[in-house]
Design a protein around this ligand. Structure first.
Ligand code: ADP
Ligand code: MG
Length: 609
């Protein structure tokens, strides 16, 4: 008896269903693929429509380049793609898709209708597919572009359909994918309609507009722009100011060549840049875009391409961290002079000449590379976190910070006042900075930030016991406040009293200001209270400071000498003396440095001595 051979080729529809398992796991994965196809097709408008969290319907309508009749049919074949032709193309991928699997997978697990027309064609193509079988194909009149709708996802794979989560959960995933794609392409209009209701309507615009449209207007004044261009890569986008940091990992987005990716490694780099500025257990927000030569990354390491491999991970880490530090520095959240990515480094050969594969070797010996890898270079990043901090900040941070990391070196600099040479005049620069000579260099003090620290400590002490002196108002001022503000102010009265305000309620919505802290300019009572309420309201609610702490922070910010104010020798001297009697003279309550220290040995090195 002949035993028959047993191996058979799977029929297309089953093979496709199995393949679909990788690409289409849930409605959101189909959404991602369809949106990306529309973006790849050069659309300027992309509309997503879903019903029942995509379980009943997912439709994407674009005004992109459309498909010919033959292409429309071909598009649903497995491994059918217009995006790569040979293996080399894999190393220069500029499109979102390239594997030619998505439409085949979608057609294997849902009921698909496609309408598509190219600009140059008068009539378009209509195709209906189910179970990978074409049910209908005909010529149709339709708009330029493509509309694909897929109904009843997994209708023919009940096991997978049952595996889907609640509509709320699946919808969350859809919104997440929608956000990722729409953030990657701010110049494309996007909308999302769910069960007949438009939930997103994102006009084409700038990156910042798109981010704010998506993350919310409360980010408006809280984004610090990141922008570094080199020939190896460009990094741009935004990081949230430290106060936007959250206790939960929230708004964190990386895009590499317009593709949203997850990277714990790069995330670590960003966190490192925020070190010391946000609480240890909180997460900074960021939306960062990295563009680089596609040959420097491998996007083919993950089924949904959410993870990618970098040719040179270390340099990515260094660039990302340096770019974010630089951005924070410009916003004067961190010492700024150690970031010279712009003029000097840009001038280096490795950066100013195109970066090609064969130049890579040379580049690793270049100044740029060294700045990231050699100690005492501007962007030096060492894998060991502790010593990184030490070297990075060696010459710039205040004594206290260095002390925290490296006690023996700096124990003699505890009182930096001692080092400010008493008989040397202080110099005010740009009505913002004070230069003070020290015995081995000089300090560059930021007048506003320094004063903020001084006031913060003063008000803190007052708030926790020793009451602030009050100056009685000769003519008590009345302020009238609307509902919520009145409630807030009456709630704050005891705390205000502790820091020197004498305010009492006098009838509905009216408050009588009898006295103000001794160091608030008389005549400013009303403004000062109103501003305080305003600031208090906007104080980031993400960080749970006590009422009193918030008040103290608002007060010290509000009352600090501002940049732009001319100071006399006496005033500068008092400020510096006050600063160095503070418990933590080196930083503001929010973590900005109050002064930078330049030591002789660093200066010598800068001048090549
Ligand atoms: P991939 O995107 O990896 O090429 P897909 O299965 O997603 O594979 O799509 C197959 C092909 O169908 C694409 O390469 C493209 O040529 C075409 N296509 C898909 N969606 C669209 C669209 N919205 N507009 C124009 N062409 C499309
Ligand atoms: Mg695709």
């Amino acid at each position: 008896m002949v035993v028959p051979d047993i191996i058979q080729l799977l029929p297309d529809n089953i093979a496709n269903q199995i393949a679909a398992g990788e690409v289409i796991q849930r409605p959101a994965s189909a959404v991602k693929e369809l949106l990306e196809n529309a973006a790849d097709a050069g659309a300027t408008e992309i509309r997503l429509v879903v019903n029942d969290a995509g379980k009943a319907l997912i439709q994407v309508i674009d005004n992109g380049k459309g498909m010919s009749e033959t292409d429309a049919r071909m598009a649903f074949e497995r491994h059918a793609t217009s995006k790569i032709q040979n293996i080399e193309d894999l190393f220069r991928i500029k499109t979102m898709g390239f594997r030619g699997e998505a439409l085949a997978s979608i057609a294997a697990v849902s009921q698909v209708e496609l309408k598509t027309r190219r600009k140059e064609d008068e009539l378009g193509t209509y195709i209906e597919i189910e179970n990978s079988q074409v049910l209908k194909q005909e010529v149709c009149a339709c708009a330029e572009g493509t509309s694909i709708s897929m109904k009843n996802l997994f209708f023919n794979v009940p096991a997978r359909r049952n595996f889907l989560k609640s509509n709320a959960a699946e919808m969350r995933h859809i919104v997440e994918e929608f956000i990722r794609v729409s953030m990657a392409f701010p110049t494309i209009f996007f909308s999302l309609t769910s069960n007949g209701q438009e939930v997103f309507h994102l006009e084409a615009g700038s990156l910042k507009q798109r981010i704010i449209q998506i993350l919310g207007t409360h980010y408006n004044a809280k984004l610090v722009s990141v922008n570094e261009e080199t020939d190896y890569l460009n990094i741009y986008g935004f990081v949230g100011k430290p106060e936007t940091a959250r206790k939960t990992r929230g708004d964190q987005y990386f895009f590499v060549n317009s593709r949203f990716i997850k990277s714990a490694y790069l995330n670590h780099a960003v966190n490192g840049a925020f070190e010391g500025m946000i609480a240890k257990d909180s997460f900074p927000s960021y939306v960062l875009y990295i563009d680089l030569d596609p040959s420097q990354i491998d996007i083919n390491v993950h089924p949904t391409k959410q993870e990618i491999k970098f040719e040179d991970e270390k340099i990515m880490y260094a660039f990302v961290q340096a770019a974010v530090k630089h951005a924070l520095a410009q916003f004067s959240i961190a010492p700024s002079l150690d970031f010279t990515l712009n003029p000097e480094i840009q001038g280096l050969d490795a950066i100013s000449k195109p970066f090609t594969h064969d130049k890579k070797e040379a580049a690793s010996a270049s100044g740029l590379y060294k700045t990231f890898t050699q100690k005492n270079q501007a962007h030096f990043i060492e894998s060991n976190q502790q010593s990184e901090l030490k070297h990075w900040k060696d010459f710039f941070t205040s004594p206290q910070k260095i002390e925290a990391v490296d006690k023996p070196v700096t124990h003699n600099t505890q009182h930096a006042t001692l080092k400010v040479l008493p008989d040397t005049p202080l110099l005010q620069l740009h009505k913002t900075y004070i230069i003070a000579a020290t015995n081995n260099g000089f300090l560059l003090v930021h007048q506003q930030l320094a004063h903020e620290r001084v006031l913060y400590e003063r008000y803190s002490i007052a708030a926790h016991g020793k009451q602030m002196p009050t100056q009685k108002s000769l003519f008590p001022v009345t302020i009238e406040l609307a509902g919520a503000d009145a409630a807030l102010l009456s709630d704050l009265l005891p705390d205000l009293a502790a820091i020197g305000y004498e305010v009492e309620m006098s009838g509905n919505h009216h408050f009588l200001i009898q006295g103000i802290p001794a160091d608030v300019t008389a005549g400013n009572e009303k403004d000062s209270i109103e501003l305080l309420i305003e600031q208090f309201k906007h104080f980031s609610s993400d960080i749970s400071f006590s009422k009193r702490e918030k008040l103290v922070r608002c007060m010290s910010r509000q009352q600090a000498i501002k940049s732009g104010q001319t100071l006399s020798q006496k005033e500068m001297l008092v400020l510096i003396e006050d600063l160095f009697t503070c418990g933590s003279p080196n930083v503001t309550p929010t973590g900005s440095p109050t002064y930078l220290e330049f030591k002789e040995d660093y200066l010598d090195r800068m001048f090549g001595r």
